[in-house]
Design a protein around this ligand. Structure first.
Ligand code: DGL
Length: 270
């Protein structure tokens, strides 16, 4: 492992690529290895115990790839599995909920914060607890958006249907008059233009995943495990439990370069 080991990123599908994109920008000399459990996506509607089990399977797979730090680049998995995985693994494990909460607290002026995420994330109240633990006099409005992840996983992020779904889903959130909206699912930054346009320019969107990379950077230094060679160009490897073609197409569009993911099997399916 050592300082040359890779940073691992896991998600239920392509959502964690929003975190990986930011890692490429902020930590260009680090090697990255990504695993998306596309075959079992979405995690949002699944029971917490199942999400914990699937997340553990992903973490085990990446541990065999000699990773030096793990990012749970999925809010749903972070909400229920972060503490458990942290306890089990001998390496630092980072989730996406605390960094997103901190950024929202820093940003809001009206102390009215919205959180959109999967059913699992919203039901867990993880963002609410994280925000209120820092600033009690804040109003937090949570909204589950179960139709968003299927749109992203089918590469439907710009179609008229996507626009309609975003508008219909976010209607109740717009009425809450928040000034800050947390994209509490790593898939949602792929719908960012539609979300921003519907919510209006006065609402600041917080990308939890992107905020997380700042924290990863701090932890690499804290644990003295950053790649010390600033001229190194970190390599990326990609694995998916689903269709490599669809994964590669979405990844190419989002990251701006071609890649070839490898198919792997985890567990016995779900
Ligand atoms: N990208 C994930 C998240 O941040 C999960 C989406 C899902 O599988 O439902 O919550």
């Amino acid at each position: 492992m050592g300082n040359k080991g890779a940073i691992g990123l896991i998600d239920s599908g392509v959502g964690g690529l929003t975190v990986l994109k930011e890692a490429l920008r902020q930590l260009p000399n680090e090697a990255l290895v990504y695993l998306g459990d596309t075959a079992r996506c979405p995690y949002g509607p699944r029971p917490a115990e199942q999400v914990v089990q699937f997340t553990m399977e992903m973490a085990d797979f990446l541990m065999k790839q000699q990773i030096k730090l793990l990012v749970i680049a999925c809010n749903t998995a972070t909400a229920v599995a972060l503490d458990i995985i942290r306890e089990k693994l001998p390496i630092p494990v980072v989730g996406v909920i605390l960094p997103g909460s901190r950024a929202a607290v820093k940003t809001t002026k009206t102390r009215r914060i919205g959180v959109i995420g999967t059913q699992g994330t919203i039901k867990s109240h993880s963002y609410r607890q994280a925000i209120l633990s820092k600033t009690a006099d804040t109003e937090i409005f949570g909204l589950a958006c179960p139709k968003f992840v299927p749109l992203v996983e089918s590469n439907e992020t710009r179609s008229p249907i996507a626009k309609k779904v975003v508008a219909e889903t976010l209607q109740p959130m717009r009425r809450n008059k928040v000034d800050t909206l947390i994209l509490g699912c790593t898939h949602y930054p792929l719908l960012r233009p539609l979300i921003q346009s519907y919510m209006g320019d006065k609402v600041t969107l917080i990308d939890s995943g992107a905020e997380t990379v700042g924290e990863v950077s701090v932890l690499l230094d804290y644990f003295n495990i950053a790649n010390p060679d600033p001229t190194a160009k970190g390599k990326c490897r990609f694995y998916t439990t689903g269709s490599t073609k669809l994964f590669d197409d979405i990844a190419k569009e989002w990251l701006g370069f071609s890649l070839h993911s490898e198919h792997i099997e985890l567990g016995i399916g779900g």
